[in-house]
Design a protein around this ligand. Structure first.
Ligand SMILES: [Ca+2]
Ligand SMILES: [Ca+2]
Ligand SMILES: [Ca+2]
Length: 400
């Protein structure tokens, strides 16, 4: 046993915890100094969805699409819990536990995303996105539910679809989601460090800095997926990875599809100045690291031609640090949000709605400032919106 490695790993966890506490502390201070009401602006407030339950560093929330009204909460350490979607529930069941496979020693590492197959009810397949060590890498895998217990996955059923090296511990993307086309979309960050030192964002011969799209239902001879025929770089002769759907992204941690029109919305985390919201189009180049938001990055002049501009950006002047992409709301409980994109800032806890019906004049409205960091949003089978609080609780927006 190499105690040095274990010691270093624990030191790394300790340092990351300190950094996180520092970030939380800074957030708490800025909230105290704010003249805004701490919890509510307008009629909306945050309310605990499951007052009797806590989750350790929840980073994703999904439903299984089988009308069972269950919610699956992903904990960064490598655990997925399942709960019945009832606010009075006192029970959570461990659906999958893969801590031994997952490397969560870095603040942005761990089990980061979960997607249920569109035919989950019949095939029992679900997909995860996690980081692993030796070597540091991202793993995209399929698992199966147990044949005898719908609240238990078969931990031995892993089929690895895709792995790629991670040069630094941060910027690992995280989202995995099926699009309305039935293909699996995967968020991949630029690899990490700061400023994209390896220039992965603009390099289409790496998967880093992209949103990928693969077909998990057709297996190629060599790998357990195939490339959709109409992926934008299919058949290229320049060595571009054919999995790439869009590129020039820094860390598109969370994305989602608008269920009314299929538009793909993402929050792309910025470097030091601007956080951005993008609508992702096939083959689009979102500019990183030539641009950060609407601005040239590290230069006074950059070539904006052929780049996709954000729908919206915000700067960091009000204590915001890192965008958490959300959903275009189509639930029933909050009719005032119908058709609006709801998203947040991780550190400040501010939650906004964005109306981009007139793309030339998007209307961004602050809904409220939550008193906790916001790692992710999720929806249930009725498209009602949930919030993963990094205070280990799950919340809903409420107008009551
Ligand atoms: Ca990384
Ligand atoms: Ca790339
Ligand atoms: Ca951009």
């Amino acid at each position: 046993m190499n105690y040095n490695i274990i010691f270093c790993k624990h030191m790394k966890i300790y340092i990351n915890t300190l950094l996180f506490l520092l970030l939380s502390f800074t957030t708490a201070c800025s909230q105290e100094n704010s003249t805004d009401p701490p919890e509510a602006t307008g009629n909306l407030r945050v309310a605990e969805a499951f007052p009797n339950l806590s989750f350790t560093r929840p980073v994703d929330l999904q439903h299984s699409g089988d009308n069972s009204d269950r919610l699956f909460v992903v904990e960064q350490r490598g655990v997925i819990s399942v709960v019945q979607n009832d606010p009075s529930t006192t029970e959570k069941t461990e659906f999958l536990a893969i801590e031994s496979k997952v490397d969560d020693s870095g603040n942005e590492e761990g089990l980061l995303g979960l997607a249920f197959h569109p035919n989950y009810e019949s095939n029992g397949y679900f997909y995860v996105n996690y980081t692993a060590a030796n070597p540091d890498r991202t793993v995209i895998s399929r698992f199966s539910v147990s044949s005898s217990n719908p609240n238990q996955a078969d931990a031995d059923s892993e089929l690895v679809l895709l792995q790629f090296d991670q040069p630094y511990s941060n910027h690992n993307g995280g989202q995995v989601s099926f699009g309305p086309d039935g293909y699996l979309y995967i968020a991949v960050g630029d690899g990490g460090s700061g400023g994209d030192p390896q220039e992965n964002g603009q390099n289409r011969s790496t998967l880093l800095g992209s949103i990928l799209r693969i077909d998990v239902d057709q297996q190629n001879e060599a790998v357990s997926y195939s490339i959709p025929d109409d992926n934008p770089f299919v058949g290229n002769t320049e060595g571009f990875r054919e999995e790439i759907y869009a590129y020039g992204l820094r860390n598109p941690w969370r994305f989602s599809f608008d269920s009314s029109n299929g538009q793909l919305w993402t929050g792309d985390v910025g470097q030091n100045k601007y956080e951005e919201i993008d609508i992702i189009v096939k083959g689009g180049n979102y500019g990183w690291n030539a641009m950060e938001g609407f601005h040239c990055f590290n230069s006074s002049d950059c070539d904006e031609e052929a780049l996709e501009m954000p729908v919206w950006e915000y700067d960091r002047s009000q204590g915001d640090v890192s965008v958490t992409g959300g959903f275009v709301y189509h639930g029933e409980e909050l009719p005032e949000l119908e058709g609006l994109y709801v998203y947040a800032d991780f550190a400040s806890g501010r939650i906004w709605s964005l109306d981009s019906n007139d793309p030339e004049n998007p209307i961004n409205t602050e809904l409220l400032k939550a008193p906790f960091p916001i790692s992710s949003f999720g929806i249930d089978q009725n498209q009602e919106l949930y919030i993963c609080g990094f205070d280990d609780k799950i919340y809903k927006l409420s107008n009551e």
